[in-house]
Design a protein around this ligand. Structure first.
Ligand code: MF3
Ligand code: CO
Length: 253
């Protein structure tokens, strides 16, 4: 299926959707601390999204029961919020959420540490975040999609971390997931050519150990197979005639 090119009007709606999502993340960053339950994070997230007159796009997506994925420590993505999952000092907490504004979807993820960060955990978070920025240096019209994938992969691999291969980034717009798939691991083919007006969710998921993952019995939660720490960083971006626009970047990195 072809990759959609957004019209100027659609780009304005994507910008607005994404700007609101960046505000959600800025608010959530303030509440991640030891003692909060992952369910409470979900309640607050949904409340903020609805207070903007928007709809949480994760809620009920293929039966997913919450507005945010809260993935702790060895959980990679899609952790389901629970009343009895209490964040502990030093926990690595990935928050992945999105919303719909006037029919247009946004999607972004951040990884935080609750309380005081251990140096090794902080480094994993920093490298995961920077791998996104290394990747999108290639996100220019005329380049190819897999230039992004290869840039992410070579940066992450230089630190010896494991890249999750079972989950990928994606196009986004009138639905949460549109073509193309955006891998974070090396690709032999160049992939489709990037064109202005494409909106993409680029989202490296990186483990401290190997990139192998397993699914828990809840049908959602993805964990690292070796139970090593995992981090996730994601923004929705717009391909332009020049530098890519990072649509979901707020005030807090
Ligand atoms: N943020 C995820 C993604 O990038 C979507 C989560 S799907 C959900 O594809 F069902 F968990 F919400
Ligand atoms: Co996504």
């Amino acid at each position: 299926m072809a990759i959609s090119i957004k019209s100027p009007r659609e780009i304005e709606l994507m910008r607005k959707s994404c700007r609101l999502l960046s505000q959600v993340h800025d608010e959530l960053a303030k509440i991640v601390r030891p003692g909060i339950s992952t369910k409470e994070i979900d309640r607050i997230c949904e409340e903020i999204i609805r207070s903007y007159g928007c709809t949480p796009n994760f809620l009920h997506y293929q039966g997913y029961p919450a507005s945010v994925c809260v993935s702790v420590n060895e959980e990679v993505v899609h952790g389901i919020p629970r009343e009895d999952r209490i964040i502990q000092e030093g926990d690595l907490v990935s928050l992945d959420t999105g919303l719909i504004y006037e029919g247009y979807h946004s999607d972004a993820a951040r990884t935080h540490v609750a309380g005081q960060a251990d140096d090794a955990a902080q480094k994993l978070i920093d490298v995961t975040r920077q791998s996104f920025f290394e990747g999108i240096k290639m996100a220019r019209a005329g380049n190819h999609l897999h230039d992004i994938s290869n840039a992410i992969a070579s940066y992450v691999t230089s630190y010896g971390y494991g890249i999750v291969r079972d989950l990928v980034g994606h196009g986004i717009g009138r639905t949460l997931h549109e073509p193309p798939q955006i891998p974070n691991f090396p690709q032999r083919r160049r992939g489709p050519k990037l064109r202005p007006g494409m909106t993409l969710a680029v989202e490296p998921m990186i483990n401290m150990g190997t990139g192998d993952v397993e699914w828990l019995d809840d049908g959602w939660t993805v964990i690292s197979a070796d139970h090593s720490l995992s981090a996730h960083y994601e923004n929705t971006i717009l391909i332009t005639d020049g530098e890519p626009e990072i649509l979901t970047l707020g005030n807090i990195p």
